[in-house]
Design a protein around this ligand. Sequence first.
Ligand code: F6R
Ligand code: MG
Ligand code: MG
Length: 366
Amino acid sequence: MKLTLSVIKADIGSIGGHICPSRRLLDSVRSHVAEHGEKLLLDSYVSHTGDDIAIVCTHERGPGDEQIHKLCWGAFMAGTEVAKGQGLYGAGQDLLKEAFSGNVRGMGPAVAELEFEERPNEPFLFFAADKTDPGAYSLPLYLAFADPMNTPGLMLSPSMAEGFRFVIMDVSHTEGDRVIELDAPEDLYAIAALLRDTERYVVESVWSRSTGEQAVSVSTSRLHNIAGKYTGKDDPVMLVRVQKDFPATGEVLAPYALGPYVAGCMRGSHQMPLMPVPLNSGISYFDGPPVVSCAAFAVHGGRLTEAVDAFAHPFWDTVRGSVSKKAIDMRRQGFFGAAMLPMSELEYTGIMEKLRALEPRFTVRG
Ligand code: F6R
Ligand code: MG
Ligand code: MG
């Protein structure tokens, strides 16, 4: 069967600032999806990462389907009412448009979708990150799909020998989707040259060159491009197919041991290390650190198994320890230099006003 995996996520309110949605809010989203999705969906899974709620849907309607998107939009609208009723902070903050119009793209929620012929055994990974943007996945994807130092399958597995195609989006181009296709390994240096800039060039998808099958879908929306002002970081979701013609689960997870510095954390304006966390984790230190969770599934006939928590394993405790150390070290330098994002990426405009007010006080010496 041709199966579609759709994940649609939004921040529609949380307890204690931007840290975690309430149980009642999650339940309301879950029950809306169960009730209204009965005829549309084969299965669903609702979870949160930090202050973001993600709905994973399985169905046969293809990517960008109006009914599926409308269902999730409806669930977030219903959830927003609950969030308002509980006085949650930022209720409905990612729902940037008043009324649904065909597709949630460009309306605030993030979307990642994959369509494929279901294999007899079909494992996949669902990643969700909070307090960061889609560029956070670029290095882990590069390492998993293009670097034999991380992924021995690129040398050892005949079905991966031809490498992978990266579709990279220029997310600063707001008039339409500006993309480039580059092939690993031939275009490795070009891929690296683009991905070094996490705020501008973002991996949108990855494809197997031997089978033509899509392996990865990343949500690439930039909230401040849609809203024209600060509304929170983009907090990206990602779907990754694994095993056989694709990297093994462990090859996809391994790069997260690096804890790379990514954009986000406090006020969406800092560089802080990305911490792999258990499913349904909240946010704490310095409105961060940026976190990523991973739910592993098998799917058969569109029915999902229970989610297995890929970052709950004791191995990741050591990583969390080293990421905490990196985070504290970076915070010791406060606003200085690399600790904060460049001017163009600051999510609050207050500093612009401060600088403007200083303009008349500058003098030029003769
Ligand atoms: C970062 C984030 C938080 C808020 C901060 C201030 O993405 O969501 O760090 O920026 O808590 O929030 P406001 O401006 O809502 O008081
Ligand atoms: Mg938020
Ligand atoms: Mg968030």
